[in-house]
Ligand binder design. Structure first.
Ligand SMILES: [Zn+2]
Length: 563
């Protein structure tokens, strides 16, 4: 029985307010976590006149808007972001230092959720490499909810990307589902880590062949294209042309584009490059709520939804594009649909929802350059060759570098040990050499990070992203507006599309909205971080913090709680 009903029946309504608590605040039946992959904070407001009243703007109007939420570590990438939101801590504790990293112990590149001991469930490919959260070193708020309810709470986590589904679910999720674009025809799959076969409702959803149907459509702008005045002209130099199109412009005839994608074995990845991917995920989320009976009983459940499409589209077209504007206008409709459905199925005061992003993104470097803003290309291969030449000339020709991904340089430690050289000295010599190269802004060594405490600026962000067993020997950060490129000859004016990963505000500043059961209306400009989300949820749910929590509860959303 809910509290209002109880108060009414007992006719002790005034007593219900005596402790200063809002009678609508009870333990929510459902927590909904929404991550919009690559959403910049300004994308919440840039198109706000065109958003509907019931989508993003409903969250702003009726919920609580933290306008100054920033990631507090580097690299600002998907896996690290999702892990940090749900563990309430930074990569220095949860260990997810990137989407992949070089593993010294096996001398291999390791994907953040790769797990060779598991296989994919529901894939057309037999024994496809499986996935699990085993590289996540601490617990998530989802795990804590499961623990607190003697594993009666249901945790379902979904995304198009595997990492966007697996990491939020933590170690004990009932299920994580993601979209398999590798094998036809674009089904939702899971891993043997969670189950031996897909539940009936997932198989039934797959049989509807929605990915296939979406790819037979044409994508045009939601409103007349001349009204997209917040964006660059549709035809510009900052975007590549997809799927054999002569120009990067609307309309996108997906039916003919899929044929081109098919020739490179990526037909169903086209779902990730159109707003249809967001609608597909919304439909799957609503099916999960219905079939898993999320939020139905008094034991709080958790649904995590990570919208992948804005990231893939953002990389391709950049935040100045008509395409990305249209993605957000359409995602707004999906959010509205999701909220309306949750109101009806779970009940308006029975769920609490947060919406944030795993990282933001830089404007396209060539666009910055054209507008006289700092921009450049970080020429990774050139840097690697320069370090190799430097060490060769100093210590003799050898393979000094085991791996270099642009931001993390792994020295050949076995070689250094065999030659009886001092690792710390070599790290420092490489750092001193790199810092003189134009475009490189900051260089720290593993030795620095293990022996010093940095509490401001980029050094602190690097330290929060440093995990000794997985991180490199030398960690680099680039100048503002720089984008990494393996092609050493490319000029900044030739760069198309964009990326993220740095500690600059364009990559760290993300939306953070709270909405629903017991959440007051308001906004704050206090600087907060996405690692504050999990401890806030722990306080709402009266459960233990995730094991590595370093974030703090967001006091603003408790102000009506009489606490
Ligand atoms: Zn990305």
């Amino acid at each position: 029985m809910n509290r209002i009903l109880l108060c009414t029946i007992l006719l002790v309504l005034p007593a219900c307010f005596l402790n200063g608590q809002n009678p609508n605040i009870g333990k929510p039946k459902l927590v909904v976590g929404i991550v919009v992959d690559q959403m910049r904070s300004d994308q919440l407001h840039r198109y706000e006149k065109k958003y509907s009243a019931g989508g993003f703007m409903r969250l702003v109007r009726e919920g609580y808007n933290f306008k100054n939420a920033n990631y507090n570590y580097v690299p600002t990438v998907t896996a690290a972001g999702h892990a940090s939101i749900y563990t309430g801590t930074t990569p220095s504790e949860h260990g997810i230092i990137g989407n992949s990293w070089y593993d010294r112990y096996t001398a291999k590149l390791l994907g953040n959720v790769d797990d060779a001991t598991e296989t994919i469930v529901g894939s057309a490919e037999k024994n496809a490499l499986g996935a699990s959260p085993k590289n996540l070193m601490t617990t998530t708020i989802s795990d804590q909810l499961r623990l607190a309810t003697n594993f009666k709470a249901k945790v379902i986590s979904i995304s198009l990307k595997d990492r966007g589904a697996i990491l939020p679910g933590g170690h004990t999720a009932n299920a994580a589902y993601w979209h398999d674009w590798v094998t036809s025809p674009g089904y939702f799959v899971s891993s043997t880590y969670y189950m031996d076969e897909l539940p009936k409702w997932v198989s039934a959803f797959n049989k509807l062949e929605k990915s296939n149907a979406y790819l037979n459509n044409t994508w045009n702008t939601l409103y007349p294209i001349e009204t997209y005045t917040e964006s660059e002209a549709d035809n510009n130099n900052y975007e590549p042309s997809l799927g054999g199109k002569p120009s990067p412009t609307f309309p996108y005839d997906l039916k003919s584009m899929r044929e081109k994608y098919k020739t490179v074995g990526a037909e169903y990845q086209l779902v990730w490059v159109t707003p249809a991917g967001n609608s597909l995920l919304t439909e799957f989320a609503l099916e999960a709520v219905k079939n898993e009976e999320l939020g139905k009983d008094d034991i709080t459940d958790l649904l995590s939804i990570s919208y992948t499409v804005p990231d893939i589209m953002g990389h391709t077209f950049g935040p100045q594009s008509v395409e990305i504007e249209d993605v957000y206008l359409r995602l707004d409709k999906d959010i509205e649909r999701l909220l309306n459905s949750l109101d009806n199925t779970v009940g308006i005061n029975n769920y609490v929802l947060f919406l944030t992003s795993d990282h933001a993104a830089m404007p396209v470097a060539s666009f910055l350059k054209d507008h006289k803003l700092p921009a450049g290309v970080a020429r990774i291969q050139q840097y690697q060759d320069a370090v190799t030449n430097f060490l060769n000339s100093k210590y003799g020709n050898n393979s000094w570098i085991e791996n270099f991904d642009g931001e993390q340089l792994y020295l050949n430690r076995p070689l250094i040990a065999t030659l009886k050289l001092d690792l710390n000295t070599l790290q420092q010599e490489v750092a001193d050499f790199l810092i003189d190269i134009p475009g490189i802004h900051n260089v720290l060594t593993a030795h620095d990070l293990q022996t010093q405490n940095y509490d401001t600026g980029i050094r602190q962000l690097v330290q929060n992203g440093y995990y000794a067993k997985r991180s490199g020997d030398v960690l680099l950060s680039f100048d503002s507006g720089f984008t990494q490129n393996p092609n050493s000859n490319i000029d900044v004016s030739q760069v198309k599309g964009t990326t993220h990963g740095s500690g600059y505000a364009y990559d760290t500043h993300v939306p953070l909205l709270w909405f629903g059961s017991g959440i007051p209306t308001g906004e704050s400009v206090r600087k907060v971080a996405p690692i504050d989300i999990a401890p806030s949820l722990a306080m709402i749910l009266n459960i233990t913090f995730p094991s590595g929590t370093s974030g703090e509860p967001l006091v603003e959303i408790f102000k009506d709680h009489g606490q």
